[in-house]
Design a protein around this ligand. Structure first.
Ligand code: GLN
Ligand code: ZN
Length: 754
């Protein structure tokens, strides 16, 4: 037994799980049909791993929405307000994940956050006074039984208690410590039950050990695992870490009674030093994460073999991916339209399985002249990324002035108030309006050549006319064109910029049933023609109200693409920033006076260790954003937008973006962000979202009114904007139109009372 993976993509080869789940939500298929479909999908995924020859196959990594929520539900961490709905376990689960509004009930979803430094989002479990931890779920055990019936060599997978506590929310004044003992009992019960199913290995995922670990947190870890490991019921316990190194707790981890320890040697390069310096216990199995689970590039076999040899561990080693393959698409074989040299360098989930087997073969046979090794390294080294000398030169000549907007924001604020004369509490949206079926059909007709470019544009122009009219009618203050021309906020820009290539089926799960198809950065990046100017100007000419231009920021375009590994992130982001600077100046030239540069992904690529936040990332990411807008006139108002993450701890960096206005996602997180903004004396004008657009639920006028009043109570009145949490593209028109009306009416009411 020498190969395993941490987890497999779960949405299905052709996103079957997405479609089945969404059909279930729309009552188009029954619960039984959904469960049956899920079973087939799991079976296919196990079969793919069996076919590749993977020795130990993860079971329990499947999820209908999110793995952390699965673990919370397994252990009864379900807030009472969902239990009181008296739904079936599956519907109760979906109610937590996405909220629920039907026959008189209306309940919000739990909040959702970015999963470590990835573009995946998890549902944040909530602990309260009434939380009673005990093993109540069956999902894991049923899947184990299902796999065993198919002769799958099972490694049961569950998220660990440390990570669960680290990522959850604690309400009613509760703290993580209170739950340590009951978690120990519950995890023991899980192990006992798996033991009764004759499971050999149990993988307990503890990626949170790759964050900084304080002394207090280390004590929590000790209490948890000294407790759990005291009674393993005969199963082998693998402590699986990923997304970085575990320097703060390595010595502690290796001294405990784990049977296996999973370390990431890709993002956690320092793990290698830990193993070399402090040694690795001979009685434990090292699950060596040597195959990058996040990138999409072919592995450089001789480099990987070198790493393995440096570790100096010959037996008791199982080759592993660095993290779950959840973060890569299914198979590069599906890509028939990519240029040959690009395709030959791709490795998605299916290819990674065979790479792992190849590495295993080479490693155990130690044949330096190995055919597989030579073949792969030859392919790997035969890469020709297009170079743009002009862009490279421009970057070397940038100075501080290029990153600085003048005059300073406090002076611009008054200039802009005079320019736009907006009412107090100005209302706006984040950009996109619902991408209804006809919008997607129009795009697909163009792609298939069924309509002309003129017909396509005509359709979108009609949509823009309609949505401008709607926004005027309901009384929004700053309008948008609706982003109908965009399939996706990153792919759209990638397609218009030089340097990117695109997959046809490279879907990666973003949250729940939502997938993204990240572009691939292949060459140097530059802009050869205006991108958004035509649509924005068309919208502007339809109204007397200001129309806001909409761009995706450089950090987000980069973070939501598959990056190169031979060019630094800083270099790629700066290339994108220069391309966007041209776009900003073109919009301004065309009389677009408000321009929003979305950076929802700013936070997600933060290094896991705080000490690296500035030195390794924000020090160049924040200036790159300023580079995009530093040359506009004082009266041009720059907006930005952020969502999906906790921003409380990078407020200073966000202020340093030097935007004039920012809209945040806030409504799912109970507005805690507001207090943090106040405390940090945040200077940017701010619109904390008052409508959770990730849920089909329509907030009532009263509810929005009370949120706005909270804002008014806490923040300076002249700095507050009113807007939804994010773009409306995933919502239906009925829901979002009604919600926007409620927002505008609630704002009017608050204004009239001030
Ligand atoms: N402007 C984008 C939209 O409205 C922003 C999306 C996002 O932040 N994810 O769709
Ligand atoms: Zn957003």
């Amino acid at each position: 037994m020498t190969t395993t993976i941490i987890g497999f993509p779960r949405i299905g080869h052709h996103r079957e799980l997405k479609f089945a789940t969404e059909h279930y939500w729309k009552n188009k298929i029954s619960k039984e049909e959904l469960l049956e479909k899920a079973k087939t999908i799991r079976q296919n995924h196990w079969q793919a791993q069996l076919d590749a020859g993977i020795d130990l196959i993860p079971v329990g990594d499947f999820s209908f929405f999110d793995g952390l929520l699965d673990t919370a539900n397994l252990l009864n961490v379900v807030p009472n307000r969902y239990k009181q709905l008296n739904l079936s376990p599956l519907d109760e689960y979906f109610a937590q994940a996405r909220g629920r509004q039907s026959d008189g009930t209306s309940i919000k979803a739990l909040s959702m956050k970015k999963w470590f430094n990835t573009n995946y989002h998890y549902i944040v479990p909530e602990f309260s006074k009434t939380t009673e931890i005990k093993l109540v779920g069956n999902k894991l055990f049923e899947e184990v039984a299902e796999a065993q019936a198919l002769n799958v060599p099972v490694k049961a997978v569950i998220t660990g208690p440390y990570t669960l506590l680290r990522l959850s929310r604690f309400v009613d004044g509760t703290t993580p410590n209170e739950y340590v003992n009951s978690l120990v009992s519950a995890y023991k019960a899980v192990l006992a039950k798996l033991a009764s199913q004759h499971v050999e290995w149990v993988q307990i995922d503890e990626p949170a050990l790759c964050f900084d670990v304080t002394t207090h947190e280390k004590n929590v870890f000790d209490q948890l695992y000294d407790g759990i490991l005291a009674e393993k019921s005969g199963v082998k316990v693998l402590l699986q870490t990923y997304f970085g190194d575990i320097r703060d707790i390595y010595n502690d981890v290796v001294s405990k009674d784990f049977d296996g320890i999973g370390l990431d040697f890709i993002e956690g390069k320092y793990n290698q030093e830990l193993v070399e310096k402090s040694g690795f216990p001979a009685d434990k199995v090292l699950f060596a994460g040597v195959l990058n689970g996040k990138n999409i590039w072919r592995n450089h076999y001789s480099e990987t073999i070198k790493t393995l040899n440096q570790l100096g561990i010959k037996s008791n080693i199982i080759l592993n991916t660095s993290c779950s393959l959840l973060h890569v698409p299914y198979s590069a074989e599906d890509e028939t339209e990519l240029p040959g040299d690009v395709k030959q360098h791709l490795s998605f989930a299916i290819q990674k399985l065979s790479e792992l087997k190849d590495i295993d073969w080479i490693f155990s046979n130690k044949d330096k002249e190995d055919k597989i090794l030579k073949n792969n390294d030859a392919l790997f080294s035969n890469v020709k990324h297009p170079v743009n000398e002009d862009v490279r030169k421009e970057i070397t000549s940038l100075t501080d002035a290029d990153y600085t907007r003048l005059p300073k924001r406090s002076e611009r604020e008054q200039i802009q108030k005079d320019e736009f004369k907006l009412p107090i509490l100005p209302t706006t949206t984040i950009g996109s309006f619902p991408q209804t079926k006809d919008v997607r059909q129009n795009r697909s007709k163009l792609r298939k050549g069924e309509i002309t470019r003129e017909e396509y544009d005509q359709f979108n122009n009609d949509k823009i006319k309609r949505i401008i009219k709607f926004q005027e009618e309901i009384g929004l203050d700053v309008l948008v064109h609706g982003e109908y021309e965009r399939n996706d906020m990153v792919e759209y820009f990638g397609e218009k910029l030089d340097g990117f290539v695109f997959t046809q089926n490279g879907w990666v799960q973003s949250y729940g049933t939502r997938g993204v198809k990240p572009p691939i950065i292949w060459g140097d990046i530059s802009r050869n023609a205006p991108i958004t100017v035509k649509d924005t100007v068309f919208a502007k000419n339809l109204t007397n109200k200001p129309v806001k231009g909409m761009l995706t920021g450089p950090v987000t375009i980069f973070n939501w693409s598959f990056p190169r590994e031979d060019v630094s992130p800083k270099e790629s982001v700066t290339q994108i920033a220069l391309a966007l600077q041209d776009e900003v100046l073109d919009l301004e030239k065309n009389d677009i006076k408000i321009i929003q540069i979305d950076e929802p992904a700013l936070r997600e690529n933060l290094p896991l260790r705080k000490s690296n936040w500035y030195s390794n990332y924000l020090d160049w990411a924040v200036p790159a954003f300023r580079l995009v807008h530093s040359k506009v006139a004082p009266s041009t108002q720059i907006h930005t937008h952020m969502c999906y993450s906790e921003f409380g701890d990078i407020i200073k960096a966000i202020d340093a973006l030097d935007a004039d206005v920012i809209s945040f996602e806030a409504s799912r997180a109970d507005f805690t962000l507001i207090d943090q903004l106040v405390e940090a004396n945040f200077q940017t004008e701010v619109g904390p979202g008052v409508y959770d657009i990730h849920s089909p639920r329509v907030p009532s006028e009263d509810e929005v009114e009370s949120l706005i009043k909270q804002l008014v109570d806490k923040l300076p009145l002249e700095k507050i904007w009113v807007n939804p949490d994010c773009g409306l593209k995933t919502r239906s028109e009925d829901e979002s139109f009604q919600s926007l009306k409620n927002i505008v009416n609630a704002t009017r009411k608050v204004r009239s009372e001030i």
